[in-house]
Design a binder for this molecule. Sequence first.
Ligand code: SF4
Length: 358
Amino acid sequence: MKDNFLNSIYQKCTTKQSITQSEALKILAEVPLLDLVQTAYKVRYEKWKNTVTIHIINNIQNGFCPEDCSYCAQAKTAKTGINDYPIKSDEEILNEAKAAYERGAFRYCMVSAGRGPSKRRVSKLAELISKIKEKYPIQVCLSPGLLNDESATTLKEAGLDRLNHNLNTSKNRYQEICSTHTYQDRLNTLQSAKKAGLELCSGMIVGMGESNEEIIELATKFKELEVPSIPINFFIPIEGTPLSQKTPTNLSPEFCVRILCLMRFFNPNAEIRIAAGRELHLRSLQGLALHAANSIFMDGYLNATGTNQVETLQIIKDNGFTIESEFDLELLLKTSELNVKLKSLSELNPAKKVTVKT
Ligand code: SF4
């Protein structure tokens, strides 16, 4: 029964047939986890083999956001005491792009807080993107907020590869998490980017009170929009943000893996990325999750810090994956700082008194 079900899901993925609502609900709640992951891995392998792409985010501008997304530490409504700063200098951003490239990142993602960039800001970003693309063979992604057709075209012409703009939650729930822009505004931005020829990156934040049906709605939307890059964030309640008071975070690691499997089945060829909150919610299942997803953020996110380079690379290596990079995973691991301090002899065996001969 279980094998028939998963065989049929696999067949549907490889023949581009749609997964039904009742099948999707079973994926999220009923099918034994390891069988589910095994099938997701088979689908993942077709396109991505055993590779993982590492993405590194750089907040090129922090805070000062007039929007009120209730999960976000940068929102005007948040009382988080984050370090606000205007856009960084070109030199600083270029150095950070260089560092990301040298640390094995496949893609360098620049994020700036705010509703959307002014015409002047778009020109500045376009200049910066051209400089990065001239200097380093790295894919560049930008998350600038809402965009229109004209801005999207300017950025594309400057060499931008991808535009990130997350849908975050379902259409009906959107007004619960934000009142200053709408789900439709977000969709319009994605459509402008697509029209300009930019690759889309759009994902969601799970754990903000949505139902399983709403998660399926988002998976279906990404499929409809043919989004090639889908970051899945797991909600981090940040103190001082309105949503952290309201929303219980009851995501289990197992459920998080199921969501990644669902995203894989709905979007077999997409780069499914394990994004913010992986440390908090996936915990010890991060390696298992990579069998459904094929991409991971390293070194933190828009609002939160994450595990460091060594831990992230080690998860990839321990699970038998390699990285898509000009740099070798083994070498990167060897040259990364391993912060292991040995315990003193007395700490290792406190029952025994250790006498040190002099
Ligand atoms: S998610 Fe983006 S638009 Fe919303 S408050 Fe945060 S920085 Fe502003």
